[in-house]
Ligand binder design. Sequence first.
Ligand SMILES: C[S@@+](CC[C@H](N)C(=O)[O-])C[C@H]1O[C@@H](n2cnc3c(N)ncnc32)[C@H](O)[C@@H]1O
Length: 261
Amino acid sequence: MAREGSLRRSTSVLTRARRLGRKILRGLEGDSRSQQLRDEVLFWRHWFSTQGSFWPEDYKERLDPNLPIQDHVGRYVDRLTTNPVSILDVGAGPLTKLGKVHASKEIMITATDLLATEYDQVLRDFGIQPLVRTVFGDAENLSIQFGDYSFDIVHGQNCIDHTASPLKAIQQMLSVTKHDGFVVLYHAENEGKTESYKQLHKWDFTCEKGHFVIRGPGPGGDSVDATDALAAVGSVECSLDDGAVLVAIRKHQQRLSSTNC
Ligand SMILES: C[S@@+](CC[C@H](N)C(=O)[O-])C[C@H]1O[C@@H](n2cnc3c(N)ncnc32)[C@H](O)[C@@H]1O
C-alpha cells in the first residue's frame, strides 16, 4: 500500500515535471522567435544610427525619390500591360528598398512588414520621414488584410526566408496577386546555411534544375519543390542571379467557366 502510494506520488511528480518541461520548451520556442524579431529591430536601429552601417549607399538610395526600380522587378513591370502598376512589398523593413520610378510607367508601392509598429518608433527616434510608410502586414496572412486579386506585383526581398513558413507566405502572396500578375522573390541563395541558421535565418532557398526549392527549417530540414507545390496557381521561373535566387511566379489567367451556349 505504502509502495503503491509512493509510486503514485512519483508518477504524478514525473507527469508534472514532464508538463513543466513542455511548458518551458514552448516558452523558449515562443521567446526565441520574438527575441529574433527584437534583434531585427535592433539591427535597423543600428542601421539608422550609422546611416546604413556597412551599406551607406543603400541608406541614401532608400531615401531617394528618383531611384529607378531595380531590374529584377522592373523587367516584370515591363511585361505587364497595365499602367499604373501596383506593387505590394512584403517584409519591406522600415524603408522599402524598391526604387520609386520606372522609365515608362507609374508605380504605386504599398510597403508592409510584421514589425511596422516598432519601425515607426525607430523612424520617429531618428526623425526620418519615409518616402513610403511601411504598414503592418504579416506575410502569412495577407489575404484577409488586402483581399485577393489586389496587386499587379507582389514582391519580397530577403524576407520570405525570415518567415515562420515560407511556403504559406508565398501562397498568401499569390492570393493577393491579380490574375496574370507576378510574385517576385529575390533572396540570397541558402541564406540559412550562410548565417548558420541564427536569428531569423532558418530557411534555404535555391534553384535546382530550374525548380525553386525551399529547405528547412534549420539544418537537415525537409525540402519542398515549390515549383511543383505552386503549379496549380502559377508558373514558376527560378534563376540564379549573382548569388541571389530570383523567382518569378506568374499567376494563371482567370479560367472562364465553360457553358453550353
Ligand atoms: C532582412 S529584413 C529585409 C527587409 C527588406 N525587404 C530589405 O530587403 O531590406 C527582413 C524583414 O522581414 C520581416 N519579416 C519577417 N517575418 C515576416 C512576416 N511573417 N511578415 C512580414 N514581414 C516579416 C522582418 O520584420 C524584417 O523587416
